[in-house]
Design a protein around this ligand. Structure first.
Ligand SMILES: Cc1cc2nc3c(=O)[nH]c(=O)nc-3n(C[C@H](O)[C@H](O)[C@H](O)COP(=O)(O)OP(=O)(O)OC[C@H]3O[C@@H](n4cnc5c(N)ncnc54)[C@H](O)[C@@H]3O)c2cc1C
Length: 453
């Protein structure tokens, strides 16, 4: 079967060298960072596509989907493979549609919208945009590697979200063209509210092939860290910066001790036993921020210009889900949760969690603006893993005290925190992929429905 698939696909794309069958290559293209989760690790290990194909244009994507549809073969889309939950791990084999060669930036419009192919790397877009007076509104801490298409289909927000919200908010994703997996695959333009049918649907209901992604005017940024005696001090200082619109910021992050201890390459910015605050602030406001940190009892431990993705040290490499990576490097028993604390009740929520779980949960806060324009304490706490039952107990307890949890230890959309209650992603799957061939197994409500039909 893999041989006949490869032979057939070689007829579909212009160059047979873009059909890949080497076992080591298939292995690499079948995985992402699911191993962050001790729960997903044993479930996904060994899952693999049968063949990979690298289209270079939309006609080839159409051809691959037509070919797969006629044979009833599953297709799993891959951007850069930096997702966390096995989003691009093929559960049922089939074709891996690797979009990394569709990486062209078509244009940046005069009003700051990047028009690009899905495989364009976010880091390349940030660099190019800044040359022209624009920058990404938000990006994951995997900026350098991750693709625009993978971010839209699998990500949620990141650096910049404290001012610009998540991918779902404020029309950041203006439009995209999607190739469908209907009997006759076609290209459908989604604009405005229609983007939410496909956004963050893990490639289960269409292939993004052309994207209109809104940027923000570029700002001259400085990365600053400050150490605080207590978590409460560090949190309150960072919160005061995050919620006050006077400050122009791109990051407002807090790590309670011992998380900063894990940041070995930048230990010069860390102070033993202290909470670390990390703010990316407009350079014009650096001195005011320094004074605010001092007034709040902090010691400024670093201030340095951000000069694009190649900045050294690039402190965003320690934020968002990179924080978990550093913790796991220090001790593989660590894993994580993705939480949203209440802006008004968070101190009580922190206390309750500490009382119940002690140092099993360590607070790592990423402030972000929600769709209503309110800045809230998002969080990617570092969690010491013992058993799946204990982890589930922590998730259930968080929810019982009003802490939102997007569970990163499941491999399907519905419990991942971004599934739409209005079901439009499911409705789009019924319409655009009625045979369930795109990334099968990742949208369980579709599967359940097919079984009971
Ligand atoms: C250390 C670390 C830090 C991270 N930090 C963040 C963060 O701050 N914020 C955040 O949101 N995420 C974060 N992530 C998750 C991930 O890096 C981002 O979401 C990233 O943008 C995914 O892009 P990718 O190109 O690697 O996508 P992939 O992993 O290749 O794909 C992600 C999903 O999108 C689908 N897909 C890919 N391309 C397309 C397409 N063109 N059309 C339709 N579906 C497609 C895939 O099938 C898959 O389901 C982090 C991950 C790691 C390992």
């Amino acid at each position: 079967m893999p041989d006949s698939l490869a032979a057939g696909l070689s007829e579909v794309v212009a160059d047979a060298a873009r059909v890949l069958t080497a076992p080591a290559v298939l292995d690499r293209l079948s995985h992402d960072f699911y191993w962050y989760s001790p729960v997903l690790r044993p479930k996904l290990v060994g899952k693999k596509g049968d063949v990979a194909v690298q289209p270079v244009n939309v006609d080839e994507v159409l051809g691959v989907l037509r070919f797969a549809g006629e044979r009833g073969v599953p297709v799993t889309i891959r951007g850069a493979g930096t997702g966390n939950y096995g989003q691009c791990v093929p559960l049922e084999g089939g074709i891996i549609l690797d979009l990394s060669l569709m990486d062209q930036l078509e244009q940046i419009t005069p009003d700051g919208v990047a028009v690009c192919q899905p495989g364009l790397r976010l880091g390349a877009l940030e660099t190019e945009a800044r040359k022209r007076g624009w920058e990404l509104r938000m990006y994951p801490s995997t900026l350098v590697k991750a693709s625009v298409g993978g971010f839209l289909a699998g990500g949620s927000g990141g650096i910049g979200s404290v001012s610009h919200g998540g991918l779902r908010d404020f029309d950041t994703v203006r439009a995209f063209e999607v190739v469908t997996m209907e009997e006759k695959p076609r290209v459908v333009l989604h604009e405005g509210a229609a983007v939410h049918e496909i956004l963050h649907a893990w490639g289960t209901n269409g292939v993004l092939t052309r994207i209109w992604f809104a940027l923000a005017p570029a700002v001259e940024w400085t990365q600053m860290t400050a150490a605080f005696e207590t978590y409460d001090q560090g949190f309150s200082f960072t919160e005061s910066i995050a919620v006050n619109p006077v400050w122009t910021k791109r990051l407002a992050t807090v790590f309670e001790w011992p998380i900063p201890f894990f940041f070995t390459p930048v230990k010069q910015v860390v102070r033993a036993d202290k909470t670390l605050a990390l703010v990316m602030i407009a350079t014009a406001q650096v001195e005011a921020l320094r004074a605010a940190a001092l007034a709040a009892g902090g010691e400024v431990t670093f201030a340095g210009a951000y000069e694009g993705p190649r900045t050294q040290p690039l402190l965003s490499d320690y934020t968002w889900n990179h924080t978990t990576l550093w913790a796991m490097k220090a001790d593989p028993a660590y894993t994580y949760l993705q939480c949203g604390f209440s802006p008004t009740e968070c101190r009580d929520q922190f206390r309750l969690l500490r009382e119940r779980y002690g140092q099993e949960i360590l607070f790592h806060i990423e402030f972000m603006k929600n769709g209503d324009g309110v800045v809230v304490p998002g969080a990617i706490p570092v969690v010491r893993f013992t058993t799946e039952e204990r982890l589930n107990d922590m998730i259930a307890y968080c929810r019982s005290i009003g802490v939102f949890v997007a569970n990163p230890h499941v491999n399907y959309l519905e419990d991942g925190g971004r599934f739409r209650p209005d079901n439009i992603q499911l409705l789009a799957k019924q319409k655009y992929d009625p045979r369930g061939l795109l990334n099968p197994g990742k949208m369980i409500s579709f599967r359940k429905q097919a079984v009971t039909r």
